[in-house]
Design a protein around this ligand. Structure first.
Ligand SMILES: C[S@@+](CC[C@H](N)C(=O)[O-])C[C@H]1O[C@@H](n2cnc3c(N)ncnc32)[C@H](O)[C@@H]1O
Length: 200
């Protein structure tokens, strides 16, 4: 469904408040910047996509950039665990579908949407704060539904690359994807970040 007007940006303090209450699930002190959102979609060809999913959209920093690139008729849904984030996102993107669930349920949610395979998954998840088991369960769940040749796009913070869980996550990606590439840093983001683009 097309957006009729540019959705209003929520206050970053609401994001910070959620981080203070739940640091390991939220994993960031502020929503991502427009620069990072642009980097997330750059070079990802969605012109023939039929189904796309967004993981952990938070307050929707990447959502607008993703929606703008979807061709007519392409199905889209988001999965977000945090109730406050989910409420803000729904206010910002009325008419779009968000499931307030754990992303591990992605296959079940695809079935509910009548989707057999996803063409792309965009992730805002805080991988560097995910325990090993959760990283594996989530990667296993998403590779069940991402079609061969499908794209997985995620991001990480510069500081996350020195954290053991962050390092383990990036080392694990080549086991799941035939091609993995990392972008240059986006300095206009709090904190500075980079994008990882993978092909199944
Ligand atoms: C780092 S924030 C990113 C939010 C947004 N994409 C952005 O860049 O501003 C991570 C988001 O992932 C959500 N999240 C964390 N673990 C999740 C899980 N297992 N399933 C669904 N959402 C999850 C958090 O609630 C939070 O909104």
């Amino acid at each position: 469904m097309p957006q009729l007007a540019a959705p209003k940006k929520p206050s970053p303090y609401r994001f910070l408040r959620e981080f203070i209450q739940n640091p390991f699930v939220i994993g960031a002190v502020a929503p991502s910047s427009e620069r990072l959102a642009h980097k997330m979609v750059e070079g990802i060809d969605l012109s023939n996509a039929k189904a796309v999913c967004e993981f952990g959209p938070g307050t929707g920093a990447f959502t607008g950039a993703i929606l703008k690139r979807l061709p007519p008729g392409c199905k889209y849904f988001a999965i977000e665990l945090n109730p406050t984030m989910a409420r803000i996102w729904r206010e910002r993107y009325p008419g779009r579908r968000l499931y307030r669930r754990n992303v591990k349920a992605v296959a079940k949610l695809c079935a509910r949407e009548g989707i057999t395979h996803l063409d792309a998954i965009f992730s805002g998840l805080p991988w560097a704060s995910f325990p090993d088991e959760l990283q594996t369960q989530t990667l296993d769940a998403m590779t069940q539904v991402l079609r061969p040749g499908g794209r997985f796009v995620t991001f990480g913070y510069r500081v996350g690359t020195i954290l053991p869980k962050g390092r383990r996550f990036y080392r694990r990606l080549p086991q799941y994807f035939s091609h993995v590439e990392r972008s240059s840093y986006v300095w206009r983001n709090l904190p500075p970040a980079f994008v990882v683009r993978c092909t199944r």
